[in-house]
Design a protein around this ligand. Sequence first.
Ligand code: NAD
Length: 274
Amino acid sequence: MDLGIAGKWALVCGASKGLGYGCAKALVQEGVNVVINARGDAALQAAAAQLRSISADAASTGGKKPAQVLAVACDITTPAGREAVFGVAGGPGIAFDMLVTNAGGPPTGDFRDWDRDAWIKAVDANMLTPIELIKTVVDGMAARGFGRIVNITSSAVKAPIDILGLSNGARSGLTGFVAGLARSGIAGHGVTINSLLPGKFDTDRLASTHQAAASKSGKEVADIRSAQAAQIPAKRFGNADEFGAICAFLCSVHAGYMTGQNILPDGGLYNGTF
Ligand code: NAD
């Protein structure tokens, strides 16, 4: 299926590895130009080089123009970081057609140990940063009659995870906010906002939560990993490529009638009819 988005511009945050990288990869395979962001320059430049090569391969077989890939190393949760991604030379400025919001998840722990600063940090990264990014691009998208916004949140929005209280709370705040915005006037101007709620995907982030669970319980990481995979009806963790493919579809011309949705790729782990 041709997703109909070649030549458009996407900002994909937190994209040097993991789920953000998976989204950027799926988009460049469709000929979408991307600005990718992460904090560490070396890993980000390596990811950008990989994406350019993947895009060139896809273009040579699929007849599309290779995508442009621009990389901005910065902390997206800071005003300076956001200014840098929108100001990158050769990028579209604030005239992005697509936005994938993403940043590292908050730490695990017990809420009794979290002070106000810990909460502010989590809310800033996982609620207010996506809202600031959306605020910057959404009216331009509406004026141009096309926009796709995808927030990478977490299955914790649908089913809370005990050691991830900061994530349960901060991401639910974002989810409530975008539920209203997605259904506002922008919906009549070709702009959709949806969230992807990853279940358990095999990335460094998942490895760090396994490590935390091992430290808390005294069990081996390998045992925690296999026990968790066994609980998933699909009997495995997801991978970043399959996550990216869903993101690219949500960004496509075919997904224009789908907005304000929370989509849960989790191998069937959430046990509910809806
Ligand atoms: P990851 O650690 O593999 O990758 C995170 C990416 O974001 C990296 O490129 C990192 O450099 C970048 N990043 C982190 N903080 C940043 C910041 N402040 N500014 C710019 N870039 C930043 O993580 P992942 O598994 O890809 O997870 C992505 C998001 O999805 C996280 O918020 C995570 O909590 C959430 N999530 C992941 C899973 C999972 O199973 N992997 C499940 C639920 C939720």
